[in-house]
Structure formats: C-alpha cells, structure tokens
Design a protein around this ligand. Structure first.
Ligand SMILES: Nc1ncnc2c1ncn2[C@@H]1O[C@H](COP(=O)(O)O)[C@@H](OP(=O)(O)O)[C@H]1O
Ligand SMILES: [Mg+2]
Ligand SMILES: [Mg+2]
Ligand SMILES: [Mg+2]
Length: 342
C-alpha cells in the first residue's frame, strides 16, 4: 500500500519535475522498514537476520535528515493504521540496518528487495516487493507482491498493456507465494481473505507457441542475444519485456514459458533480485539455473556466483533453452572469429 501511494504521487508529480527521483527513495526505504517492522513484531525476541538491498548510510548523514523525516512520516501512517506505536527516526534507521546481514549457508536469513524494478516503478510500469526466507542455505519461502500486475492471464501478443502500470485499476494486484514442499499459489493482493489458487508452469509442447520474457531494460539483459536464443528455439511470439521479479510470477502462473537474463559480463547478481521468485518457480514445477545449467545457490552470501546468465522455464522448455544458449554462443564465437580474421 505504501508503494502504491508513492507511485501515485510520483505520477502526479511527474508533470511538475521529471528529474526528482526522491519519491522512489522514500518508497524503497519505506517498504524495507515496514517489512522489517512486521517481521520483528511477529517474533520480538529474536534478532532478525536480513539480507536487504537498502542501507542507511545516507540517512545518518545530516544532509539526509529531511529524507529520514519523510520516510518516518509515511511509514508511521501505515504503522499506526496497523495498530503499532509510531516509530522514531532512530527506530527507522535501526530497522533499515537489520538488512545488512551477510547471509550464508547456516541459520535463517530473510532476503528482501523492498522495490524490485525501481526503473519500472519510476516509469509507471511493473515492480514487485520481494521477500524470501533462507534456512540453512535453501530457499524455503518466497512472496512477491505485484501491485500493478493483471490478475488474469496475459493474452495480448506482446503483453504491452500488461507491462504498463494501471495503478489502482480493477483487476490489478497479485500476490505470489510458495513454501517449499507445499506448492506455489497466487491470490488477490488487496484482499487478505481471498482464496489462494494453486499455480503451475505451462510446459508447452511446441516452442512456436511459447512466450519468452526478459527485462524491460536492455542494460540489464542483452536483448539481441536473447532474441537469437529464442529464434533458435523456434519461438515466434515477440518477447514480453517487464521489469522486476513479476516475470518469475508470470512464469509460475503459466502466462509465459521462457525466462532469460544475460547481464553484462562484469555484473554480479544479488540474491534479493531472485530469491523469492526462485522458490515460487520451483514449487510451480519449473527450473531456474545459470546458463551452464547449475541450480541457483543462495547460500554464498549477498551475491550469486553464476555462469553467464539466468534461464528458467518448465522442464522441457528449460532443457531446450540450455541447448539453444549453447548454440547461440557457438554461433557468436564463430562470427567473432570470422570478423577478426577479415
Ligand atoms: N547492469 C545490470 N545488469 C543486470 N541487472 C542489473 C543491472 N543494473 C541493475 N540491475 C538489477 O536489475 C534489477 C531489476 O531487474 P529487471 O531487469 O528484471 O527489472 C534491479 O533491481 P532494483 O530495481 O531492485 O534495483 C537491479 O538490482
Ligand atoms: Mg532488485
Ligand atoms: Mg530494489
Ligand atoms: Mg536497486
């Protein structure tokens, strides 16, 4: 709800000042504080170990005082409504700092991306609040809150209308959740009493009918390489380009059957960008691996160690993906060798 309020304010303010991206900062921090606050409240006697994206350094600086006040105010509007005591600025900093855990293979760690898809949030597109739970190195729980995502299957060819945000519009707002061994589910994000619906990946028999997903931002994933892989797989539909882990939700629900992410070689993936989505896809019957076929390993701390990129899909499509990636790389290497020799 906090994120939805801020995104709405952002769309109103956009007409005034396009350069001011401080509202998104308020929402990133605000969501991180609220999740840490809610988890601490459930289990007040245990100090949470949390691996989260945001840190409080800039808020501790005197120049961050006004921002800290804005965050505290908006967080308190939600805390008070939930029956809690208002938080002070120091409480807010302490809750943000819970997110500095190093994670690792032992014990319980909550993994949080308070707003995944920040570019989508600012651009009035898709974003997600993403929370996972690691227990002794394995992802046991995952939750994705997707305020702008259509509740119905996406049927338009390129998903363009679905990718764009319709904040507050009826039929938008999905919650995806999974508990290892107990399946993956979807529900109406705005209705806590809504029934959970079991979801499954869609293992299409013929890739020509498959839809593939990738980042909206070409800086985050090489669109030309993924297009080449899709062609080699026989995919004919245009890509569905969306921000954030909503893509893992859509894969789990069967809106699309192929997910690819090939960032620049120097980029290191963070665990909070994939943790919640990973267990949801696996519990929906899918696979999520690096381009070499190794299952993602969240037990190594705040980062993932990957071979090139990430590919995901139902078992049959996933196997076809690994083959096509290898073929696309071989073709690229051959073309590179050819051009350097000429
Ligand atoms: N050059 C890059 N390559 C790959 N991922 C990047 C990137 N720069 C940022 N990202 C990550 O991509 C995430 C968004 O994923 P997607 O591309 O699927 O929308 C960002 O999460 P945040 O928005 O939480 O910062 C960020 O962590
Ligand atoms: Mg992220
Ligand atoms: Mg984020
Ligand atoms: Mg970020």
């Amino acid at each position: 709800m906090l994120c939805r309020i801020v995104q709405q304010q952002l769309s109103d303010a956009e007409k005034v000042d396009k350069q001011d991206d401080s509202p998104v900062t308020v929402a990133d921090y605000g969501a991180q504080v609220l999740v840490a606050w809610a988890l601490s409240r459930v289990d007040p006697d245990t100090r949470l170990s949390m691996v989260a994206e945001e840190d409080s350094a800039s808020l501790k600086d005197p120049s961050g005082a006004a921002m800290l006040q804005r965050i505290t105010d908006i967080v308190n509007s939600v805390v008070v409504e939930a029956g809690g005591e208002p938080l002070t600025g120091d409480d807010v900093i302490a809750l943000i700092d819970l997110g500095q855990s190093a994670g690792g293979p032992a014990g319980r760690h909550w993994v949080l991306d308070p707003i995944d898809g920040t570019r989508g949030f600012v651009g009035m597109r898709q974003y997600a609040v993403c929370l996972g739970m690691l227990q002794d190195g394995e992802v046991e729980l995952g939750v994705l809150g997707c305020p702008n995502l259509p509740q119905d299957l996406i049927t338009d060819e390129d998903g363009g209308a679905a990718a764009a945000s319709r904040s507050g519009e009826a039929g938008r707002g999905c919650l995806f959740l999974a508990h290892r061994g107990a399946g993956a589910y979807a529900a109406d994000l705005w209705d806590a009493a809504a029934p959970l619906q079991r979801i499954r990946v869609n293992d299409v028999a013929d890739n020509s009918g498959a839809r593939f997903m990738e980042s909206f931002e070409s800086r985050h994933s090489d669109h030309s390489f993924t297009g080449q892989v899709a062609r080699l797989m026989g995919v004919t539909l245009p890509p569905l380009r969306m921000d954030s882990q909503v893509k893992y939700g859509l894969l789990s629900r069967g809106d699309a059957s192929i997910f690819m992410r090939f960032p620049p070689p120097s980029y290191r993936e963070k665990i909070w960008d994939h943790c919640a989505g990973f267990v949801i896809v696996e519990e929906a019957g899918g696979r999520v691996t690096d381009a070499g076929g190794a299952r993602l390993d969240f037990s190594r701390g705040r980062w993932l160690d990957l071979d090139r990129g990430i590919v995901a899909g139902p078992p049959r499509a996933h196997a076809a993906l690994l083959t096509a990636v290898a073929a696309a790389e071989a073709a690229r290497a051959a073309a590179g060798a050819g051009s350097s020799g000429s």
